[in-house]
Design a protein around this ligand. Sequence first.
Ligand code: 5GP
Length: 211
Amino acid sequence: MKRKGILVVVSGFSGAGKGTLMKNLIKKYDNYALSISMTTRMPREGEMDGREYFFVSKETFEEKAKQGGLVEYACYCDNYYGTPREYVEAQLEMGKDVILEIEIQGALKIKEKFPSALLLFVMPPSANQLRDRLAGRGTETQEVIDKRLRRAAEEAEGIESYDYIVINDDLEVCTKELHSIIFAAHNAVDRNEGFIENMRQELNVLVKGEK
Ligand code: 5GP
């Protein structure tokens, strides 16, 4: 039986360490493909076009969305972010588990369009640690940090829409946990309906042959 890829949505508060976690997951295990989003926000220091994001103008983004080239998109803290369609579809077809590191509005749209998507939410061990991590990054102004904390408080209200939470305290432990959840999800009954139906039919044939 050909193993089908799962669409895995990973959300979490800005500063929860999702980016590092995703990079580690991809490095440790080879069945993942990380989707690179398109955004209208400016690159941060150290970010490269085509690696962290495809950095584009508002016009280019809107054009891509209009052409149906994005699986989902959302506006987050005054910027657009969206998931390019082509890569996601090709990787799923190849049996890869495709990771979308996206915020909650996008996650909900994915769940609507792809009911068998797996939704994971990464949390810091405490709210204070989140604040410290955001400040420690040193790339954001106080105004942006405050905005992201307010946004985190709003997002916390939507966690019940997700399937699992993962607490990012220790990077290695968290990476393993994330992988285990995705690994187990492949065996969920509703992701194996074809196999189960086939088994039923084969069993029926065997049972009839017995008579
Ligand atoms: P940042 O500016 O910190 O890189 O990302 C801000 C937020 O946008 C994060 O919560 C991130 O997960 C989310 N994000 C990144 N790419 C996408 C995307 O393609 N679609 C949506 N809906 N959110 C995204």
